[in-house]
Design a protein. Structure first.
Length: 361
């Protein structure tokens, strides 16, 4: 069912925000000159659930100095919120999902200045997000089995709720369709109808028109628009200790799987838009998949031992041809951002906030 939402007046949203737990309005921004220097890398740090300690760290361009918490440094009196789970960028604006705070926040990319906030209705927790164009964005609501459509220019909701499947995580868009990864939260909801599927929705009315099945505990989606390739990662179930997860290549026009690579616990994917190469973070390291040549290559090996040095997230930096890894370490200690060359060498290591989960270049 789709619930259409009337655009909230700005003052009503502001009052709601002030009343919300763990969500603040900032004082006037400080002068940001020198705080965020051009050419660096933002690192979104999830923090710990219900600890209200998410942070947006910034690696200065020389990769020596780090601004640990851009949000509070540039915007006095403001914290990012509780459990920041995703960030996307268009132009000079960054949009951040803060799931436990039930908000989507926007910041100026060049300065870190806070621009605005959208509070999700009915306690929905925005988890992953995608921008379809300048005026349309979608987010998955992990706790509500739904997605929401909103206008990123005004941070106003257009369609409050469109039902999908159990525990939607990743989301991606093509010209006419929305793809949503319904994980089922591993073993917790694996037996429910729609768990382990990628739902395909028509963008015109958000009706489900197709699905890709057999992707147990599916997590992430990445769309290569230049080559019309949809990538999905699935983790399999924790209870199936001897079963692998993997990466699949989906033909988005037919919603069919056309390629399959097995990995243990894939945790992240990143596309080099210039070449179409896919990089995969998994339990044994990072691999490169070349569909055109039908080859795979191990970039770097890494295995977490006893819950230490847990590589948590992956991104590709096209301007430097580097892979960036979010190292959660033990999940409760400060995280680390690792820059890795395509020949497998670690070229930078910088301490950031807890549980680094995404990067902005």
């Amino acid at each position: 069912m789709i619930v259409r939402h009337i655009v909230w007046p700005v003052f009503a949203v502001f009052i709601t925000v002030l009343a919300a737990s763990c969500v603040q309005a900032p004082d006037a921004p400080t002068g940001s000159a020198g705080i965020v220097r051009p050419g660096g890398v933002y690192v979104l740090c999830e923090g710990l659930w219900r600890q209200d300690n998410s942070e947006l760290s910034y690696l200065q361009p020389e990769f020596v100095d780090v601004v640990r918490d851009v949000v509070s440094t540039v915007n006095p009196g403001l914290r990012l919120g509780d459990t920041a789970s995703d960030v996307v960028v268009r132009g000079d604006t960054m949009y951040v999902c803060v799931s436990t705070s039930h908000t989507i926040e926007s910041y100026r990319r060049s300065t870190g200045e806070w621009l605005g906030r959208m509070t999700m209705p009915a306690g929905r927790e925005p988890y992953r997000m995608v921008l379809a164009d300048d005026s349309t964005a979608y987010c998955t609501n992990l706790n509500d089995d739904s997605i929401t459509e909103f206008d990123p220019r005004t941070l106003t909701i257009r369609i409050e709720r469109a039902a999908v499947g159990p525990a939607p995580e990743g989301i991606a868009v093509t010209r006419n369709a929305i793809f949503v990864a319904n994980s089922g939260l591993g073993d917790l909801r694996a037996g429910e109808d729609g768990a382990g599927t990628v739902a395909v929705l028509d963008r015109s009315d958000l009706a489900t028109v197709n699905s890709v099945r057999g992707l147990v505990n599916v997590a992430a989606l990445k769309y290569d628009a230049l080559r019309n390739r949809m990538w999905a990662s699935y983790r399999n179930l924790p209870s199936r200790k001897d079963s692998l997860g993997g990466i699949v290549l989906i033909d988005p026009d037919r919603a069919t799987i056309i390629g399959h690579w097995r990995y243990t616990a894939p945790r992240g994917m990143a596309i080099d838009d210039r070449t179409g190469l896919l990089y995969v973070l998994h339990a044994d390291g990072i691999d490169e998949i070349d569909v055109t040549a039908s080859t795979t290559r191990r970039i770097i090996g890494h295995v977490s031992r006893d819950g230490n040095d847990v590589w948590f997230a992956l991104a590709f930096d096209p301007s430097r041809s580097l892979l960036w890894v979010g190292n959660a370490r033990t999940y409760v200690l400060d995280g680390e951002a690792l820059a890795i060359s395509l020949d497998g060498g670690i070229v930078h290591r910088l301490t950031v906030g807890l549980n680094p989960t995404a990067f902005v270049f």
